[in-house]
Design a protein around this ligand. Structure first.
Ligand SMILES: [Zn+2]
Length: 919
């Protein structure tokens, strides 16, 4: 049907909607503004083309000065909170729940909106939802009664991604509308649903990006030469705040706390990118651990929205062909992971509130900021496509999102009982699955020499509400015998499917499919922690005691010995210990040795008895084991270094650098964050012993040249007006990269004896730009596809300090790079670890082309003049996930002066491993 015809139809609906709300006075200024601000008459709907006036409750314009969607207007987080606080003060239909603080100290809140009675009754409703979420204590009859007295809660998140600026604006208007409008749709929502709004899911990023928009982006008028995004949103992890599977971000963690307190059956995350509005219906590959009911609910909602918005005459509303239901690591998946329903939109954001010329049909040669897929085509899942080219405004964006969201809420209000029944049934099915089908439990064996890595897992699982017990006696199941104190995750619990999702191996269902993010995340493999999947039904009856914190207490022998050895059993906390004991001389044992009939593994720290008190204070909370030595050992030792570290970051790709910063901050590792400015200014060797280049950019060239130079300078500096810019680094112009001049400084740094460490994709830099002339790098074939599987890597130099704490020769590592390194045979001794490749070495997830990585280096150490370059083809700090690999990087720091000395020594590490196991 022609667009104009549809637009005329929409006008018909408009008349109906106006008639419905005829009794209520309308806000006349609003009726005037948004009509001016939309770029085509059809970009509106009967749900949003009006706004009621209220004598008592202020609209966004009353508090903030503008109607929502005004051109060139974005609101800072404090203003957004101010609006919600005012609304809470003035309307009995609104209630504000504080949930915590962000990294930068901003308050996080959820804003509940419903009828006055529902808001009054919110706590009772919360308890009811908790019973449905954990139906173990109630009968089906009781569940039915609870459902009849309960309202579903529908949580909406806006602004998780800070450059997606529309949702935090739009949600204020929705809040007002829900609080004041009298119309059949809104009355129904208010009566039957409790809406909970998360005003900006990354509050720190909201402020920083708003500054960036006003300073650098407000004059952006088309998407062919877009102004680059702000270098930072929140403190650490940028866009990956939606890949934060273990909830490192405070805002996500606060939201999870709210979730587990209120048990909302629906959580809906609002994003921006695709034209004009995509509504998520959960395409394949799907996580089959989740209840099949979920996969009926998702398209049920999406299809209603496509039909309704199309009926209103809005083109470009579609579903199906975008995000899949495989990875559980997206923020709003906390709902589907906990037997609720996840929802997601993408609307056509322009990175701000400036009206822009947008190209939906790709323009040849202009790929930046344009989706490579042509989303202007008619498809079965996109029956009324978006236009090829369009002028697009913030109000267009607002109208689409708001119409769709109100439609999703309308559907919830039409079927509140069905949604609650589904929620209850999914929760009950989850418990039943653990009672009736293997696996019945996961066991994390206790009594191992290092329990600190197991503790990371235990704590992360508990954070997500998963119940874990500690066995009170020896466990005997058909998989083996495990000591008292082993951790048991019984699967006959509501969050059993989530435990299965996180702990088991990922078996990709179809090699022809692709997935939007990682194909694998198996926590045991990622952390190098033994996780036993038990198919023995008696595991459900293992007597267990409640687990407080999973963190083990360390131990230390009595004082007054000449020296102490902190045993290296592979704990990441050994790195923290090194940092806590700065100023104390620590020696590292290069080989294992016997003392008092005990094996002291290679890598153990030897500390003088005089530092006993400091040592004890650090070892106990870190869960480490320190034993007394009768004498200073005579084994080979070297000093545990505390190098002066720089982490290099581009301005255009700070995200993966952010994960390394986060890990270093957690392990108390000091570093300076440096950018092109510091690199180009030179004298690097005088300032640093070690420079780390985390994985960043899509290629070596990206790392060197970074943001292309066109348009105006892009300052990222703090000023009186822009007080949220200039954090974590500062630049008068973030474009251009370090260039060859910077690269030459890095070469000089290495040549003068510095250590350069490159991670993941960045390891292409020394190879391609000739810092390590003998190492080649190549790309895999076009057919190669490896969305983050866990694969085997073989240690070739087990005596290398890089592998202190590792007792196996074959490790599970996360595949991290498309840069395949190649080292000629004559330099083969420089390869410390390599990928054996092949199907059988894909341990979890999926790799198409596993033979292409056969015998490729995973870690290479290359001497360059008096310095060295250590190249990881893996990413030893990948997000907050592959804890098992972290030690390889920390070992490189602590032992950087001694990375090449081990060659002369007897390669006794594998024998050590056997000796430790025999102790
Ligand atoms: Zn997004």
């Amino acid at each position: 049907m022609h667009a104009k015809t549809l637009a005329l139809l929409a006008l018909g609906f408009l008349a109906i909607a106006q008639a419905c709300a005829a009794d209520q006075a309308m806000d006349e200024a609003f009726a005037h503004h948004p009509r001016q601000w939309i770029t085509k008459p059809e970009f509106t709907s009967p749900l949003v083309d009006h706004l009621p006036a209220s004598a008592t409750v202020p609209s966004p314009r009353d508090v903030l000065g503008d109607d929502i969607g005004a051109p060139r207007v974005l609101h800072y987080y404090a203003d957004i909170l101010k609006y919600y606080r005012t609304l809470t003060d003035k309307s009995p239909r609104v209630k504000l729940i504080p949930t915590g603080k962000t990294e930068e100290g901003r308050e996080t809140v959820l804003v509940l909106i419903s009828s006055e009675a529902n808001i009054r009754n919110a706590d009772v409703n919360r308890h009811n939802l908790a019973k449905l979420a954990d139906p173990r204590g109630i009968s089906e009859q009781q569940a039915r009664e609870i459902i009849s007295q309960t309202k579903p809660m529908y949580v909406v998140l806006g602004g998780l991604h800070s450059s997606e600026t529309g949702p935090p604006e739009m949600l204020m208007e929705v809040a007002y509308r829900l609080a004041v409008e009298d119309s059949p749709v809104i009355d129904g929502i208010r009566e039957n649903v409790i809406v909970a709004i998360n005003p900006a899911t990354d509050p720190d990023g909201r402020d920083r990006y708003t500054d960036w928009y006003y300073r650098n982006k407000i004059e952006d008028t088309d998407d062919l030469t877009p102004v680059h995004n702000a270098p930072y949103w929140g403190k650490y992890i940028y866009h990956d705040n939606n890949r934060d599977i273990n909830f490192t971000g405070m805002s996500a963690r606060n939201l999870l706390g709210f979730y587990l307190d209120w048990h909302p059956p629906i959580m809906h995350d609002l994003h921006e990118s695709h034209p004009f509005l995509y509504t998520f219906s959960g395409q394949a590959p799907q996580n089959s651990m989740l209840d099949p009911i979920l996969y009926g609910e998702m398209p049920w909602f999406a299809n209603f929205e496509v039909a309704q918005l199309t009926k209103y005459g809005l083109p470009g509303v579609w579903t199906h062909n975008f995000v899949d239901m495989w990875s559980p690591g997206y923020v709003a998946f906390m709902s589907s992971n906990h037997n609720g329903l996840v929802r997601m939109y993408e609307t056509f954001g322009s990175g701000g509130a400036t009206t822009m010329l947008r190209h939906v049909k790709p323009v040849p040669g202009a790929t930046d900021n344009l989706h490579p897929n042509d989303e202007s085509t008619r498809e079965w899942y996109r029956p009324f496509p978006a236009y090829d080219v369009v002028e697009w405004s913030m109000r267009d964006n607002t109208n689409y999102m708001e119409t769709a969201l109100l439609t999703g809420l309308q559907q919830t209000s039409m079927f509140p009982q069905a949604i609650l029944e589904n929620f209850y049934k999914k929760s009950r099915d989850a418990v039943m699955a653990g009672q009736t089908r293997a696996p019945y439990a996961f066991i994390i064996p206790g009594g191992r020499s290092d329990m600190t890595r197991a503790a990371i897992l235990i704590n992360l699982l508990r954070l997500q509400g998963i119940e874990i017990g500690a066995s009170t006696g020896t466990i005997k199941v058909k998989e083996g015998t495990y000591p008292a104190g082993s951790f048991v995750v019984k699967l006959d619990q509501p969050y059993g499917p989530l435990a299965k999702t996180l702990l088991s191996k990922q078996v990709f269902p179809d090699t022809k499919l692709k997935t939007y993010d990682d194909a694998a995340w198996s926590m045991g493999m990622m952390s190098h922690v033994e996780v036993v999947e038990s198919a023995d039904k008696t595991a459900l009856d293992i007597p267990v005691a409640a687990v407080g914190s999973g963190d083990p207490q360390g131990t230390i022998d009595a004082p007054a010995a000449p020296a102490y050895a902190v045993l290296d059993y592979g704990s990441i906390n050994l790195a923290t210990l090194r940092n806590r004991l700065r100023g104390v001389s620590i020696q590292v044992a290069e080989q294992s040795f016997k003392s008092n009939n005990r094996t002291i593994p290679a890598g153990s720290f030897i500390v003088d008895g005089g530092a006993y008190k400091n040592l004890k204070d650090a070892v106990i909370p870190l869960g480490l084991t320190a034993v007394a030595l009768p004498d200073k050992p005579s084994t080979h030792m070297h000093e545990a270094a505390a190098p002066r570290i720089a982490i290099f970051s581009t301005w255009g790709s700070t995200q993966n650098v952010g994960w390394v910063r986060y890990a270093f901050d957690r392990s108390e590792t000091p570093y300076e964050l440096i950018f092109k400015e510091q690199v180009r200014s030179g004298r690097l060797r005088a300032k640093y012993d070690l420079i780390i280049v985390p994985s960043q950019g899509r290629s070596a060239k990206d790392v060197v040249y970074d943001i292309p130079v066109y348009g105006k300078p892009l300052p990222y500096t703090k000023t009186a007006r822009y007080k949220f810019l200039g954090d974590y680094g500062s630049s008068p112009d973030i474009r251009g990269g370090m260039g060859l001049a910077g690269l030459e400084e890095l070469r000089k740094f290495v040549s003068d004896g510095g250590t350069l460490i490159t991670l993941g994709e960045s390891s292409a830099v020394p190879a391609e730009f000739g810092l390590t002339p003998d190492i080649e790098v190549s790309k895999p074939s076009a057919a190669f596809y490896a969305p983050g599987p866990v694969v085997t890597a073989n240690i070739l130099k087990p005596a290398s300090p890089i592998f202190y704490g590792y007792t196996d020769q074959a490790l599970s590592v996360r595949w991290a790079s498309t840069a395949l390194l190649f080292v000629p045979l004559r330099d083969k001794q420089n390869v410390l670890m390599e990928f054996p490749g092949g199907e059988k070495n894909v341990l979890s997830g999926f790799m198409n082309g596993a033979d292409e990585i056969k015998d490729r280096p995973a870690i290479v150490l290359s001497a360059v003049d008096s310095g060295q370059v250590l190249m990881f083809a893996t990413n030893p700090i990948y997000r907050w996930q592959n804890f098992g690999e972290f030690r390889m990087l920390y070992n490189a720091l602590i032992n950087y002066k001694n990375l090449r000395t081990f060659d002369q020594r007897v390669d006794s590490r594998l024998n050590d491993a056997l000796a430790v196991a025999a102790d």
